[in-house]
Design a protein around this ligand. Structure first.
Ligand code: HPA
Length: 249
């Protein structure tokens, strides 16, 4: 049986369609989770839900306690995580409101607690991170999207930046040369921590703006909010389809 958790990002602090059965504040040896862990039922399946930025949304990307969040999910018996991330679009196909399933990551973040191997144990865990995202979970999302005719780009490279500021034009130019298709602030170290704890992890990324220098329009919170509203309603439907097509415990 699978125990599935959804980590909500910007624009997904609450999942209204979840019938909530419990809420628990969790303390781990790495500190507190971003918010209470919500347990409930979505489309008839049991899930856990955790809003990454807290509820209400107040924790910036570089201050999220990624280690506590992932450890708490592991301790709750979760073995599959679907992470929702708002991103900027860099390459041509990655326009606003497009849903993207990244298959690779480049990490530009710094100074974050990014590993459970912090030097206080006997061994160091050098995880194989060749494939940062779970192939089986990605396939499940692709199939669920196809079954509700939800267009989705099934491969992309996610560039993780430190934030909370957006990037400069030159930074995005460099990221494009590096091979990044989308840019966000929360993809790392979350993906690596999930891998360290042996959990399947996939990201559903929603493009909410063209990245810096990729359009003539100024990047405003109004534009981002408008695209979040449009895109998150699609993502909520997709999540319902995903959980109803997977066996959960
Ligand atoms: N850059 C980084 N993170 C983001 C962006 C962006 O343009 N949009 C949403 N999250």
């Amino acid at each position: 049986m699978n125990h599935l958790a959804i980590i909500g990002g910007t624009g997904l602090t609450r999942l209204d369609s979840v019938q909530v059965t419990g809420k628990q504040f969790i303390q781990t040896k790495f500190g507190n989770t971003s918010a209470a862990l919500v347990s409930g039922t979505l489309a008839g399946s049991k899930i856990l839900f955790l809003p990454r930025h807290g509820d209400p949304h107040a924790i910036p990307p570089h201050k999220v306690n990624y280690r506590a969040n992932i450890q708490a999910l592991k301790d709750a018996g979760v073995n599959r995580i679907i992470s929702i991330n708002a991103v900027g679009g860099i390459t041509e196909q990655m326009g606003p409101c497009v849903i993207v399933l990244p298959d690779q990551i480049i990490d530009y973040t710094w100074g974050r607690e990014h590993t459970y191997s912090s030097g206080d144990t006997d061994s160091v865990n050098h995880i194989d991170f060749t494939e940062p995202y779970s192939d089986s979970l990605r396939k499940l999302v692709v199939q669920a999207a196809a079954s509700i005719s939800q267009p989705l780009i099934s491969r992309a490279t996610y560039g993780a930046t430190q934030g909370p500021r957006l990037e400069t034009t030159a930074e995005i130019r460099r990221m494009e040369q590096d091979g990044c298709d989308i840019v966000g602030m929360t993809g790392m170290p979350e993906a690596a921590l999930a891998k360290e704890l042996g959990m399947d992890y996939a990201s559903i990324s929603l493009v909410v703006n063209w990245a810096a220098g990729k359009s003539n329009e100024e990047i405003t919170m109004e534009i981002i909010q408008k695209n979040l509203d449009i895109g998150m309603s699609k993502i909520k439907k997709l999540l319902e389809q995903i959980v109803s097509s997977t066996e959960t415990a």
